[in-house]
Write a protein that binds this ligand. Structure first.
Ligand code: MN
Ligand code: MN
Length: 491
């Protein structure tokens, strides 16, 4: 039977339940709220349809070509051929993505049972199979690199620790992929995160990996991206139905998830593009990528759906100019708290950043001047002399450092809930918390863990025992603070 005829016959096989009510079959708490009868979901249609037989053929061809690339580039050759700061970007991506993809398996399986139409459930079933690959591919590729560099071990290890990046990333991925209803997952993961961010990020990052000469990462991302592009299409038809029957819920979910996934995206991709990519390989800034690929397409999609851009758009626009710069400066200053290394931006990098961020960059100059001065006064390799000493404060919603705003004006704000005070990095984070406080009060931020005696207040204790980092693994300056332009001899 031909593809089209099979689809017409089999892809949408819903029926009226007779033993239980439809509401009992799709409880609001797990299928999505508000409950709408089946008739309201009729006509849900994914643009790119596939059958199981086609899926298997396609995926096995992808696996074969990935394995061929891996055979062609032995791990030793790969490791030696790449710039050290770029390898840091690979470590950051590998660790934050690999097991997050596994939580996406769980999320997709929930949608494969509780999605409201059978075609949605079928597409989610393929999605779950996809996400198993996305967990296995980076784990298998990066495990080969552990023998060259122990930091790659964190590809698997990160989410099993209480490292602050893990706490922050878990808070967003658990919320999105493990705690969401099938409908919230479709809007937050499939529409906002996958269509809005990751799909485009993968395209951009694949091109960047190609320029850097990282053929392994390029083929890995390209292979994963083709899956994402397919299962991400669950988002749009779901959102269309939601707009038709519960427009306020649709808008609220879009606003919430755009902000939550933006912060994480900005940390991972912003740092990679503007700091960890060797300067001679950069073609555009993170901001340019986001404006061209994310903002334009996201706004066009919202317009088509009859949705408004999120209420905090002005905050987002400022964020685009500053947030990842704030995070990088802060993470550089606390590099022993993570599992990858950092490059100190020198005169050339700073000139590049100034030309790409003419309005915001000047306020970051004094920050890097101070760090540079500290290195100049210190011998190479004495990392802790150029390092923060106190434990910074974290946001009660996103669990990232309070680094929203600019060096002159931090956006941190707070809220009393009951008798308890909660601190947030920005207004959108506070707004998200206010919408569903019972969902967010239970996770203690790092500072509250210290105050509750769960985590140590001394930074080195915190790094060694709570974040589980050893000296061989924790983050350092990629050149141990030894840069020709530092002119240490002149001191
Ligand atoms: Mn994935
Ligand atoms: Mn996905």
């Amino acid at each position: 039977m031909g593809h089209e005829r099979w689809h017409a016959l089999a892809r949408d096989l819903d029926w009226e339940p007779s033993y239980v009510s439809e509401r009992a079959l799709f409880p609001e708490e797990i299928a999505g709220s508000p409950f709408r009868p089946r008739a309201d979901w009729e006509g849900w249609e994914e643009p790119y349809k596939t059958t199981f037989a086609e899926y298997v053929d396609m995926q096995s061809a992808k696996e074969r070509s990935l394995l061929a690339v891996r055979e062609a580039f032995g791990s030793a050759r790969y490791f030696r051929s790449l710039d050290r700061s770029w390898l840091s970007a690979v470590k950051l991506h590998g660790a934050t993505l690999a097991l997050a993809e596994f939580t996406a398996v769980v999320g997709n399986l929930r949608a494969a049972r509780f999605g409201r139409t059978s075609s949605w459930r079928t597409a989610a079933c393929f999605g779950a199979l996809d996400e198993i690959r996305h967990t296995q591919i980076p784990l298998s590729f990066m495990s080969e690199l552990v023998r060259h560099d122990a930091q790659f071990d964190w590809t698997h290890r990160l989410y099993h620790t209480n490292n602050w990046v893990s706490v922050a990333a878990r808070s967003v991925f658990d919320d999105l992929l493990l705690a969401s209803t099938a409908t919230e997952l479709a809007v937050g993961a499939n529409f906002v995160f996958e269509t809005g961010f990751t799909n485009l990020q993968f395209v951009g990052l694949t091109a960047l990996a190609d320029r850097v000469g990282d053929h392994l990462l390029r083929s890995m991302l390209a292979s994963i991206q083709t899956d994402e592009a397919r299962h991400a299409q669950i988002g749009r038809p779901t959102l269309e139905k939601l707009v038709a029957h519960a427009p306020d819920v649709a808008q609220q979910l879009v606003d919430k998830w755009f902000w939550r996934t933006w912060l994480l995206f900005s940390v991972v991709t912003g740092i990679t593009m503007d700091y960890l990519t060797p300067i001679e390989r950069r073609t555009r800034s993170f901001k340019e990528l986001v404006e061209e690929w994310v903002v334009e397409q996201f706004i066009a999609a919202l317009d088509e759906l009859g949705l408004k851009r999120p209420w905090y758009w002005h905050v987002f626009e400022r964020s685009l100019e500053t947030y990842h710069h704030m995070i990088y400066a802060s993470a550089y200053s606390y590099r022993t708290t993570v599992w990858f290394d950092f490059a100190l931006p020198g005169p050339e990098e700073r000139a590049w950043l100034r030309s790409h961020y003419p309005t915001s960059w000047p306020s970051f100059e004094p920050v890097w001047d101070r760090i540079t001065e500290l290195w100049r006064a210190t011998d190479p390799g004495v990392e802790l002399a150029v390092h923060g000493a106190a434990i910074p404060t974290f946001c009660s919603l996103c669990h990232l450092v309070l680094a929203h705003g600019s060096p002159e004006r931090n956006d941190a704000c707070h809220l009393m809930h009951g008798a308890e005070r909660f601190v947030f990095c920005s207004e959108p984070c506070r707004w998200i918390f206010e919408q569903e406080p019972e969902r967010y009060t239970k996770t203690l931020d790092i500072v509250k863990r210290v105050l509750a005696g769960v985590a140590p207040g001394n930074l080195m204790e915190f790094v060694r025992h709570y974040s589980e980092l050893r000296h061989e693994v924790w983050g350092k300056d990629v050149h141990a603070g030894e840069y020709p332009w530092l002119e240490r001899g002149a001191r």
